[in-house]
Design a protein around this ligand. Structure first.
Ligand SMILES: Nc1ccn([C@H]2C[C@H](O)[C@@H](COP(=O)(O)O)O2)c(=O)n1
Ligand SMILES: [Zn+2]
Length: 214
């Protein structure tokens, strides 16, 4: 055999080898795809593990209702639940029913108390209690974004709510928070700061594959 012929045979052999190894990579990829598909199908036959737990769900409901607030500075939501984990009241901070939130002030820096929101705004906790859809709130839990003020603490206690789960205690050095804590502790209301398991809970209408046109 000539040197030319032997080079040609070697080239053909190499190219065959290359094609075979490409085929085997493609086969590996397709094996991985198949096993991913099988795993996904198996997942659809099992209970989901990444569902929202009750506290996450109730705090998320509180935060969602806060999004209804027209307060330009602080939006607070509250959610009350009974011992069967049923939501029995939801509220957010806003002006009293029948009092126009176009007319009453939303500012807080006027030297005239009547021109600030504080005189008028109903707090989220108050609204959640007033909006209750069950006969009474004895033994219920209240989930709220901000620690309740002293006025709301009185309502919580009188309503018979037994536990407050709050997210932020950022006004802890205010006298109204101190008075609130004193009363809630005296009345035996359990206070628990919420530690979120999810840093984000997202509702993305566009991500949901239900043929929704947005
Ligand atoms: N636990 C709380 C604390 C506050 N709020 C509401 C009441 C006002 O609209 C606002 C406080 O005004 P800021 O001084 O933060 O501008 O937040 C509530 O509903 N519940
Ligand atoms: Zn309050």
């Amino acid at each position: 055999m000539s040197a030319n012929e032997s080079d040609k045979i070697l080239d053909e052999k190499n190219s065959l080898h290359e094609s075979l190894s490409k085929l085997s990579v493609n086969k590996d990829e397709s094996d991985i795809n198949d096993s991913n598909k099988a795993a996904n199908l198996r997942d659809l036959e099992k209970k989901r593990e990444d569902y929202l737990e009750w506290p996450e769900y109730f705090m998320a409901v509180a935060f969602l209702s806060a999004m209804r607030s027209k307060d330009p500075c602080t939006q607070v939501g509250a959610c009350i639940t009974d011992s069967n984990n049923r939501i029995v009241g939801v509220g957010y901070n806003g002006m009293p029913i029948g009092c126009s939130d176009e007319i009453l002030p939303w500012g807080k820096t006027s030297s005239k108390p009547l021109e600030n929101k504080y005189m008028y705004v109903c707090h989220a906790e108050m609204n959640a209690i007033m909006n209750k859809n069950s006969a009474d709130l004895r033994g219920c839990k209240l989930y709220v974004a901000l620690f309740p003020c002293n006025e709301c603490a009185k309502l919580i206690i009188q309503a018979g709510i037994k536990e407050v789960v709050y997210m932020s205690d950022k006004h802890k050095s205010k006298p109204s928070t101190e008075a609130s804590k004193m009363m809630l502790n005296m009345a035996g209301v359990k206070l628990q700061q919420f530690v979120p398991k999810n840093s984000k809970i997202v509702i993305d209408f566009k991500e949901i594959d239900w043929n929704i046109s947005i």
